[in-house]
Design a protein around this ligand. Structure first.
Ligand code: SF4
Length: 326
């Protein structure tokens, strides 16, 4: 196992003044509300769910870009939040993140060479010549050839797909073990998505990487992820091998997500329909009692609005949080 997540929570104070916050009279937005899961070495672990369910916050917590309200992320047997900032530099090299937006994530005033050299300088890696060699090889690894041509360009001179390749090269140049990919292809044209996904999978095999892949697109998850966790209002409601969860969903919310994409759409990546569940996602500041999904669930029954279901193993390697599977 590479990563173990234990009862991870992230609450953001919202509304009220600073004095309300200091007196703890403010409201809390429960973005991540008690997550427990493991990520195996060399696995592609997917987190999916509707916008605003807490996926991106979880990704940032896993690489310590955010501090949790409580809980632990154990990376190679150490809780990353207990590591002193100086010592954490070593871990930072091993845990990288690729963001959704290749247009916003690259400093437009830096050349591609400078953008790739920056992390090497921060981590004191190599002299000028060694860094040039590493940058050259990284650009070649992500398919930006000839590398010498790309090094002197600026982000505005690249297409969306090329910028995302630079983002991947920047994340990979430190030779990490673990990579969080936060919707890495959702802003790209359909024609370049497949190329970026293929590149990421090739790099994973070549470098023995482990991915935490955030996506709302079940067809992408189906094609590249080993296991999938379905998140709703800061909680995991279903977790298991991707093909089993998508082809035979158990939780009513997962069923609704899968219903919105036909099998053909998942297999051949066609455009999904709207999700066929009632109402809107509840306000994360005012989380429903009992099962968080009960106001929208078409199968809700007696205990659902009072008792919160636990995430339990209902079949080998399949976990569901729903009273239907008690
Ligand atoms: Fe629906 Fe009840 Fe299951 Fe929640 S616990 S998903 S409300 S059936």
């Amino acid at each position: 196992m590479l990563i173990e997540v234990r009862d991870l929570r992230k609450y953001f104070p919202v509304g009220g003044s600073w004095s309300d916050i200091l007196k703890r009279k403010h409201k809390l937005l429960r973005a991540v509300n008690g997550l427990n899961f493991n990520i195996e070495r060399n696995e592609v672990f997917c987190l999916t769910g509707e916008s605003g369910c807490g996926k991106s916050t979880t990704g940032r917590l896993l690489v310590r870009l955010l501090k949790p309200t409580s809980g632990q992320v154990i990376f190679e047997e150490k809780n990353i939040y207990d590591i002193a900032p100086r010592e954490f530099r070593k871990y930072r090299k091993e845990m990288q993140i690729i963001f959704q937006d290749p247009y916003e994530s690259l400093n437009p005033r830096m050349s591609i060479y400078e953008l790739l050299e920056e992390p090497l300088r921060i981590h004191n890696i190599g002299d000028d010549e060694e860094r040039l060699d590493l940058i050259y090889r990284s650009l070649r690894d992500v398919g930006l050839e000839p590398p010498r041509d790309f090094m002197v360009r600026y982000p505005y001179q690249l297409s969306g797909g090329q910028r995302q390749r630079v983002m991947i090269a920047r994340a990979m140049i430190l030779n990490p073990k673990f990579l969080v990919a936060d919707e890495p292809v959702s802003m790209l044209d359909a024609s370049v998505r497949a190329g970026i996904l293929k590149l990421m999978m090739e790099l994973k095999e070549k470098r023995n990487l482990t991915y935490f892949f955030i996506t709302h697109d079940l067809s992408v998850a189906y094609h590249i992820c080993d296991r999938i966790a379905v998140m709703y209002l800061g909680k995991i409601v279903e977790l298991g091998p991707t093909y089993r969860v998508i082809l035979d969903p158990l939780h009513p919310y997962t069923k609704a997500l899968v219903e919105a994409v036909s099998r053909g759409e998942i297999m051949y990546r066609r455009r999904p329909k709207d999700i066929s569940i009632k109402g809107e996602v509840s306000n994360p500041i005012d989380i429903p009692s009992g099962c968080v999904f009960h106001p929208r669930c078409t199968e809700a029954f007696e205990p659902c609005d009072k008792e919160e279901p636990e995430l339990i193993e209902v079949e080998k390697d399949r976990f569901v949080a729903c009273h239907l599977y008690k």
